[in-house]
Design a binder for this molecule. Structure first.
Ligand SMILES: *Cc1c(COP(=O)(O)O)cnc(C)c1O
Length: 227
């Protein structure tokens, strides 16, 4: 418990510092605790310390933890790749999906979202550094995909998500995030009302916040190394 408290406090301090360094409100940045490969008991501890948003990458693992934690009021974010055969579970169990990169997946999520839950919040994943190993669309594909997704009734396009290539220097980290921020601005000019830049992890959250991140996805700094 002690460690978890220390870790969460440190991450909150980092967010406050990074925000004030660029004159942003710390409250404009949501902390998503990435709990993949960590037990439900860790999530419960973080919840007891006030954390409410949790991110999971693997569907079966996530559903098991949800079952164990159903007494808690948690906002669940799916941050893994989505195959067609997983859309129903995701549409039914999650509040957010961050890694949309195909219209077909978006259409299935929209159709399968139970009406009483309201629209599923989604982000389009952009492969900002053109890495062949990574999911996500190229920026050139964004206007068309955003336009298609934006019209679906069962999901709500909230913004963009990216995982840049690792960089040592703060300036190089920033330049990838700046491209995503620019892309969000161009979506707005396209008439799509979105508010979310899901960017920044343990190693690069300060640079992401400097470029306007509204949601940082932090695993290691909260829960420790994953095995
Ligand atoms: C694992 C993961 C994270 C968290 O990474 P850390 O480096 O542990 O903070 C964030 N986003 C996604 C998409 C992930 O898969």
């Amino acid at each position: 418990m002690n460690n978890m408290r220390k870790n969460l406090n440190r991450v909150h301090e980092q967010i406050v510092e990074a925000a004030s360094a660029c004159k942003r409100e710390p409250d404009s940045i949501l902390l998503l605790a990435v709990s993949k490969k960590k037990p439900a008991s860790d999530i419960r501890q973080a919840w007891e310390l006030g954390q409410r948003d949790f991110g999971e990458n693997y569907l079966q693992e996530a559903l098991q933890k949800m079952e164990e934690l159903k007494d808690l009021d948690i906002s669940w974010h799916f941050i893994g790749a989505i195959q067609s055969n997983k859309t129903r579970n995701i549409a039914e169990a999650f509040d957010w999906a961050h890694c949309i990169d195909r219209a077909k997946i978006a259409r299935r999520l929209s159709e399968q979202r139970p009406a009483e839950l309201g629209p599923l919040n989604v982000c389009i994943q952009v492969n900002i550094d053109h890495e062949s190993s990574k999911a996500g669309i190229e920026l050139a594909e964004l206007p068309e995909l955003a336009d298609a997704i934006h019209q679906l009734p069962g999901i709500r396009l909230r913004g963009l998500m990216t995982i840049p290539a690792p960089q040592e220097s703060f300036d190089l980290q920033r330049s990838a995030f700046a491209k995503l921020a620019e892309a969000l601005e161009s979506l707005r000019q396209q008439g799509i009302d979105c508010d979310t830049l899901s960017m920044g992890m343990t190693q690069d959250m300060e640079a992401a916040i400097a470029e306007g991140s509204t949601l940082v996805r932090i695993g290691t700094a909260i829960f420790g190394e994953r095995v």
